[in-house]
Design a protein around this ligand. Structure first.
Ligand code: T1G
Ligand code: NAD
Length: 650
């Protein structure tokens, strides 16, 4: 099928785009749309046009694979201007998503109709750019400045009914979209035509609106350039003539297109899309997962159960005894109550989630589950006993997964009658929120079991990364190197608070020491003590000194910092300085950029070792682990991208 085809329904022309997979606006498509506009204007029998897309979605935007190259004509703003100037009105018929350039093309049409579950948006800022074809200029003229600011600076799409309410869509239609759009076009021809978006007036908010928005964006998207630039474009759009605003937007778009943040965000965009379907599993069918079991209703078990329920899977939660079952179910209920409080769930949705989870201490309830995820104490004896029970309680074809952080999954799988069904699924806390899922096969893990892990990640909306077996897999191993690097700087005399400030400046929500105080220093301490007990070479750390002095973090009133009672504000601690003084050999100060540079280089060096050992399959995977598991700022791209370890940008 040609990339653009034209059919006739009487005096209505139906222009259909067919550019799989998402009808992205490639150079060929832009050219074909331009030619279609010329053809229709030259046809006296055509009174209006409907613009439709084949496949699963309307135009999903500019073709991001062209971004790394010089822009090729015809440029999108010109194509849209030609459609907008068409002698006959065009009606955009939207299904799926009309995003970025896709929405911009629709805004150049005289009308827009959409099916109810369609969405429209300007996600450009999520790629480190701003709309480059009138998105920030036509949107305020149709939907007003406030809605335009929300759409352009957050990148979040809105559903068709909301789009209609704000004026971006003229009608939400049911039934067959093609027929409904043709009927809409026919009806529109019987009435006076509204002016094109470019010619509509727009209300101008007062200056205080813009300064308020600037402050809100600088807080919400700290360190990111594009959202503030998008705000400036919308402001220009409402305060300057249309053509000036279009020129300002295009100039801003072209400047950002080649920026480091845009390259980083494109890198993450493509890494995320490749992650759920790894090439080495192409053609391997996952096992169906219709019912799941979770063993352990503590911090992780409850979060995992909630994540499974969020994906609509019925869950059987197993605990040690009825009292622990009740605690576990209460832990899951608390997660959903929190979601209701934050407006993420309605009461009914939370109730439905809880209705789909049953708790028991009786393993017989696992007889028909397709997958079980173990999240019991981090003790090899406890885990082995649990899996021995699972081996008999579950079907032989059920997938048995461990959520262990530091134990060797091979040691847990020892003795299992069917190790081909065993796998590590390492969730991150809180498991219903954090997107990262490290998938850790053992040598016996069957390909279909591995494929089931990836399919489960997709259904849970997680970002899966396959990891080989080593201490800490990928993420916790790099975390250990990051923390060791931070302590090395302290030993050189660099102030703890300066290191945290440097990493917050870099884009982390908090620095390495603040984060340890929040999570607790004792978790890593116990892990080190375990390694020592197992005879593994584990040098003394500064953190060990603090834990041995009873300083485990905020939960004990102090760790790397002191905290006033009931307060969470970190205060540099004289006690800490005294405790670690014998290990501090210098009085070095470093600029914040140098601190961040050094610590990111340490992460990347560990990443390079992880790649060399085959623990990670791709450098992009390491970046996804850091971004989705440890809060590495997405607009930096990740340690491997930053250190140039990833191939050329697509
Ligand atoms: N360009 C090229 N390829 C794209 C693409 C795009 N915009 N969007 C998706 N793909 C590919 C993706 O790599 C994958 O390829 C396949 O399509 C399915 O994607 C001028 C400058 C549309 C909601 O940011 O949000 O317009 O791996 O797995 O889950 O002002 O893709 O199969 O080979 O994500 O159903 C703005 C980005 C661009 C939209 C569909 N547009 N895409 O989600 O499928 S900038 C975006 C998405 C712009 C203008 C500016 C999602 C989706 P492969 P998928 P999905
Ligand atoms: P937790 O102590 O909060 O919960 C463990 C639960 O397991 C408890 O509720 C306990 O009653 C239950 N349990 C113990 N033995 C059991 C048995 N025989 N049968 C059924 N239930 C049993 O621990 P957690 O923080 O949830 O960690 C659980 C696992 O997840 C550990 O392996 C840990 O390494 C891993 N993990 C933890 C985190 C984290 O941040 N906490 C992150 C990733 C992975």
């Amino acid at each position: 099928m040609p990339i653009v085809s034209i059919a006739r329904e009487g005096d209505i022309a139906v222009v259909t785009i067919d550019n799989p997979p998402v009808n992205a606006l490639s150079q060929a498509l832009r050219q074909a749309l331009l030619e279609a506009a010329e053809t229709l204007d030259a046809d006296p029998d055509v009174r209006a046009a409907v613009l439709l897309c084949a496949g699963r979605t309307f135009i999903a935007g500019a073709d991001v694979t062209e971004f790394g190259k010089p822009p090729q004509p015809p440029h999108l703003p010109d194509v849209i201007a030609r459609i907008e100037a068409a002698a006959k009105p065009w009606v955009a018929a939207i299904h799926g998503s009309a995003l970025g350039g896709g929405l911009e093309v629709a805004l150049g049409c005289r009308f827009r109709v959409a099916v109810a579950d369609a969405s429209v948006g300007l996600p450009e800022v999520t790629l480190g750019i701003v709309p480059g074809a009138g998105g920030t200029v036509r949107t305020p003229r149709l939907a007003g400045a406030v809605a335009a600011v929300e759409l352009a600076t957050t990148g979040k799409p809105v559903r068709a009914p909301k789009a209609r309410d704000i004026g971006l869509v003229d009608a939400v239609v049911g039934g067959d979209l093609r027929a409904a759009a043709i009927a809409f076009a026919r009806e529109a021809l019987g009435k006076p035509l509204p002016g094109p978006a470019s010619r509509r007036a727009v209300e101008v908010p007062d200056p205080a609106f813009w300064t308020g928005q600037e402050a809100a964006i600088a807080k919400r998207a700290r360190g990111e350039i594009a959202p503030l630039k998008a705000l400036a474009c919308v402001r220009h759009a409402v305060e300057a003539p249309f053509d000036d605003a279009m020129a300002f937007e295009r100039e801003t778009f072209l400047a950002l297109r080649g920026s480091a943040q845009a390259a980083a965000l494109r890198h993450v965009f493509f890494a995320e899309r490749a992650a759920p379907r790894p090439a080495h599993l192409a053609g391997v069918a996952p096992l169906p997962v219709r019912r799941a079991g979770v063993i352990g209703g503590g911090t992780m078990g409850a979060g995992i159960a909630a994540a499974l329920r969020d994906a609509g899977l019925p869950v059987t939660l197993i605990e040690r005894d009825e009292e622990a079952v009740a605690r576990g179910l209460a832990n899951v209920g608390a997660i959903f109550e929190g979601a209701v409080k934050r407006g993420r769930l309605t009461d009914a949705q939370a109730a439905d989630r809880m209705a789909g989870i049953s708790g028991t201490a009786d393993h017989a309830a696992l007889a028909d589950v397709d997958l079980v995820i173990e999240a019991v104490f981090e003790e090899i004896g406890v885990k082995r006993a649990v899996f021995a029970q699972l081996a008999t309680a579950c079907r032989p074809d059920a997938v048995l997964a461990t959520n262990t952080s530091y134990l060797d999954p091979r040691a847990i799988a020892v003795g299992l009658p069917n190790p081909g069904r065993f796998i590590g699924l390492h969730f991150f806390s809180p498991a219903n929120i954090m997107k990262l899922l490290e998938i850790v096969p053992v040598p016996e893990t069957a390909p279909e079991t591995l494929a089931t892990g990836f399919a489960l990640a997709r259904s849970l909306g997680k970002v899966p990364v396959q990891a080989g077996i080593c201490e800490g897999f990928i993420g916790n191993r790099i975390l250990k190197r990051y923390r060791a690097g931070a302590e090395a700087l302290v030993r050189r005399g660099v102030a703890i608070a300066a290191i945290d400030a440097a990493m917050r400046d870099f884009g982390f929500a908090m620095g390495p020491f603040e984060a340890q105080d929040l999570g607790g220093l004792d978790i890593a301490f116990l892990q080190r003590e375990g390694a020592r007990a197992a005879g593994r070479d584990t040098p003394e750390t500064l953190g060990d000194i603090l834990v041995r002095a009873g300083r485990k973090g905020q939960k004990t009133g102090g760790g790397w910092y002191d905290y006033a009672p009931g307060e969470r504000k970190p205060l540099p601690s004289v006690t800490v300085a005294e405790l670690i003084a014998p290990a501090v050999a210098g009085g070095e100060t470093l600029p914040r950029a140098a601190i961040a540079d050094y610590l990111v280089a340490e992460m990347a060096a560990e990443g390079a070792a992880i790649l060399a050992e085959g623990i990670a399959r791709r450098p992009e995977d390491i970046d996804l682990v850091e971004i989705h598991g440890y809060g590495f700022p997405r607009w930096r791209g990740g340690p491997m991208h930053l250190r140039g370890a990833v191939g050329t940008q697509r």
